[in-house]
Design a protein around this ligand. Sequence first.
Ligand code: SF4
Length: 347
Amino acid sequence: MEDIYNYTLEELTKFCQAADYPRFLAQQVFNWIYRRRLEDFILMTNVSKDARKFLEDNFFFPRLKSLKKEESSDGTVKFLFGLSDGAAIESVYIPERERFTLCLSTQVGCKYACKFCASGRDGFQRNLAASEIINQYLSVSKDLNSKVTNIVFMGIGEPLDNLPNLIKAIQIFLEPKGLGFGKNKICVSTSGIIPGIREFAAASLGVKLSVSLHAAEDGTRTKIMPVNKKYPLKELIAVVKEFSLGQKRSVMFEYALIKGFNDSLRDAAALGKLIKGFDAKVNLINCNSSFEGFEPSPDEAIVEFTQELKKRGIFYFLRKSRGGDINAACGQLKAKFEKPNQGFRST
Ligand code: SF4
């Protein structure tokens, strides 16, 4: 038996055609499962009885087990889902005016061990299947009975380390006959895996890329993101620039402000210098809790930092940290569920 959410429309069409069913059968199925959210082939009334039996004999609808759900006073909702092998992952729903963003996990655990992230601490367990990525979206929208306008791959795991399944999941999200998300509504966030960015660009999905920077100098960045040793800033920025030019897309750099660590005027100047000269924006966010000595940046430092960016012509957003009362950053709910500890941010 096959997991139906692991199939793109093209793959399902091929599967059905190989059994002598017409190509429109797959389109009917996509319409039922992704638009009308049906989880039973027998109830697909415009599908012939014979085809329904064929689908039932070959496919199943997987389930995610809801282990925990926490709701913040700002509307952010964090879900902890159990997988069929007993592993757990998180998804976070973030409503903000007309934008309803869902942050998805792509792996169980993570091998990159960023100092500020709870997900990296227990190491990497496995990649998620495309179905497990899609099912986070289906389960959250069903539970909340609410729309999701934007998808960000910024939950547990490094998305570009799980590229084949990530690409397949994005194709399913983009499929006009199914979920029908626009390319502008999907963003993949990476800790800066250079070969992954190249491969991701080659897949030409047209979706957005964001890079977790958090420091503009190698020494500082390596202290909190060990991945920087392997993929240092000069090479990383060069490949991001290539991505931006090739895909004709602006790239977002994530920068969590940490008191006394990366929030000085000098840091802002280094950041301005590093990303000058191509279509890039900076997403500044103040870290939302203290973790191993990291503290949120004071208001005065943030004002000076942003003034310096402005002076250098760098476009930035200053975002509020969301869901602070429910541990809404990557890996925190899972960590809390297993043992009480904290982190503040993911890629
Ligand atoms: S921030 Fe992202 S890349 Fe870093 S450890 Fe956490 S999940 Fe992995």
